[in-house]
Ligand binder design. Structure first.
Ligand code: ZN
Length: 285
């Protein structure tokens, strides 16, 4: 049976419907409270998920503020230009190899955290986010899904001036400002999904649909990305991959994020994140 994992005040919890169940309590302290540690215990999460109907919930989700389901990954990757439509709107050639950059783990935040803008050129990028479970090196694409703890929704917020400031461009810092990586609301195990390779993904800003596509249009799919990255670096539980964004980013339309904007990101089967933007001090290079 599949599971849905949440980060409630820094504590791992399983979710059923609107209710959550504190993982440490639910497991009789066999498992600890750390959401990162839970990502290495997938068999137990699957097993405990079957017992929720017999347990009293710890509380309901509407009463709590969720944190990122993988709050402290050792590594956090982003993939650029991974949808044909987005490569075209960016006037870039289709990549022959994955375009990989770093989003520093320190930029990660929860599914309702305010996004702090430091320029008038900040942009949204709704993305499917993969969270690694059992780690590995040189993982074959055919085995890759076995190394996935689950999937979640993400926003790869990008300060475009900072992203393209240097020549040649270095994406890492322009995509790693604090609060530039909202993820959530839940980590959903892959067996909960009707088709893990075809998930509708949408981004709205102030209710206006800006992005609407399906992950079936990824150029480099999840197994390919895991096989690629794991040849270079050993993947460990909790590592995350922002898999790239479809067309409709603000830069292609001259519609950048502004103070008070509300970004709503939904992936069918995974849930919805709502992040409000606040314009803070200017970044000066
Ligand atoms: Zn991106």
């Amino acid at each position: 049976m599949g599971f849905r994992l949440a980060n409630v005040d820094g504590r791992a919890a399983l979710v059923a419907g609107d209710d959550y169940y504190d993982l440490e309590n639910l497991s009789g302290s066999r498992l600890g409270s750390d959401p990162m540690a839970a990502l290495d215990q997938l068999d137990q999460l699957h097993e405990l998920a079957t017992e929720l109907a017999d347990q009293a919930p710890t509380g309901t989700l509407v009463d709590v503020t969720l944190g990122p389901p993988a709050p402290r990954p050792q590594k956090s990757f982003g993939i650029g230009l991974n949808y044909k439509s987005h490569a075209e709107e960016s006037s870039m050639e289709l990549p022959e190899h994955p375009v990989v950059f770093t989003k520093f783990p320190s930029c990660l935040c929860g599914p309702t955290t305010e996004v702090e803008l430091r320029s008038d050129g900040c942009d949204y990028e709704g993305e499917l986010v993969v969270v690694i479970g059992p780690g590995g090196k040189d993982i074959a694409a055919d085995d890759a899904w076995k190394h996935v703890a689950g999937l979640t929704v993400g926003q790869d917020i990008s300060d475009r001036p900072a992203q393209f400031m240097a020549k040649p461009p270095q994406f890492n810092l322009g995509k790693s400002f604090d609060t530039f990586g909202p993820i959530g609301p839940l980590l959903v195990s892959v067996d909960e999904l009707a088709d893990r390779n075809d998930l509708r993904i949408r981004t709205e800003v102030n209710g206006e649909v800006r992005q609407d596509d399906t992950t079936a249009n990824l150029i480099f799919d999840v197994p390919t990305l895991i096989a690629h990255l794991s040849q270079i670096t050993t993947l460990v539980a909790g590592d995350i991959i922002f898999t790239g964004t479809p067309e409709g980013v603000g830069a292609a339309q001259g519609k950048f994020l502004a103070d008070g904007d509300v970004i709503t990101t939904t992936i069918d089967g995974l849930g919805t994140m709502t992040n409000r933007c606040v314009r803070v001090s200017d970044f000066t290079s």
